[in-house]
Design a protein around this ligand. Sequence first.
Ligand code: PLP
Length: 427
Amino acid sequence: MNNARSHALFTRASELLPGGVNSPVRAFKSVGGEPFFAQRAEGAYLYDVDGNRYVDYVGSWGPMIAGHAHPQVLDAVARTMRDGLSFGVPNALEVEMAEAITRIVPSCQMVRMVNSGTEATLSAIRVARGATGRTRIVKFEGCYHGHGDSFLVKAGSGVMTLGLPNSPGVPSALADLTLTLPYNDFDAATRLFDEVGGQIAGLIIEPIVGNANCILPRPGYLQHLRELCTKHGALLIFDEVMTGFRVALGGAQQLYGIEPDLSTFGKIIGGGMPVGAYGGRRELMSQVAPAGPIYQAGTLSGNPVAMAAGLATLELIQAPGFHADLEHRTHALCDGLEAAARAAGIAFTTTRAPAMFGLYFREGPVQTFEDAKASDAARFNRFFHAMLERGVYLAPSAFEAGFVSSAHGEAEIAQTLEAARASFALL
Ligand code: PLP
């Protein structure tokens, strides 16, 4: 595989961008080697600057659920941008987006658009603190909620891959306000709330953890957290930046039938443009400025081009059977990978939620962060590179979920499984 142009770009980038990238996990530090540089993308495929083509299971880390460069999304963007790129005054597309989100996610009676998932989670905990008058928040080991100070405490995603359980620059006085719990441990949550429940402003969780590979909630676990929060007057915040509009049209809250107080979104609602959102009950959201005193703002928030891309994507995913079809494809992929590993005598298992999956080089089941960490990461890294060589791009870390889009058809899955059979044989 020729990588000369990517190598030259990475050499230039490394002089000018920290680690050569604008977001850490892109640097391939965890899997080793150098990243490839994208030239373009279409459907299920990424094409690099050296002309290599990859079946892409990262999908820009989640937004591309309808495949790359979908014509309807591109048309909406092109139409909208002719009228100007940003207005700094309200526009109709923001209203349409708010109507779409609140219709699809009934727990959100009001929303505020922001520019990233990080902004959404930062703002949601500000609302939780402002509305309850309490300061402490609870998060879960291995959950990643963006790079806000309060969240870089036992976080997942690149933070875990890089071995930075806390980041320098996060004041300990602030980190001290973040309490962490092991995901899927009923008793630990009960004990914590029994001890300090009255001080907790909000509990934030990835309802399906996609930043420590892909860990699903045990039956009743999210309901247990719902009950604890209600009992102790803390707000339950579902971070659905990854799961929202993906694991079901209405996200994990629809899939599991739980009503959080606040929710955060990103990725899919931007259709590939920089977007985030947070929302919740009217009585909470109407405390956000200028309706209320809790301050939050953004120069480019509700950007018309981003709203157009997001609205076009939301329209595509509301086609009848869209999510059931994605679930079917996810199972076909994961069943095929498990069968290929079994045939090669390799300890391997998968976890699946509709349209997202986790790969583990160990026997199942995987239900906790400890289980996920026990996967053989060195073996994953060899597998990652063997797959890349064969034109399949998996997330470049043993601790990131993979994503399936509606553009991943039988041909792409067949190519992936053929590459997997060859790759497992090399491990
Ligand atoms: N929350 C979750 C669950 C995420 O997966 C991410 C990013 O991957 C974020 C928040 C942060 O979003 P962003 O990278 O858009 O700031």
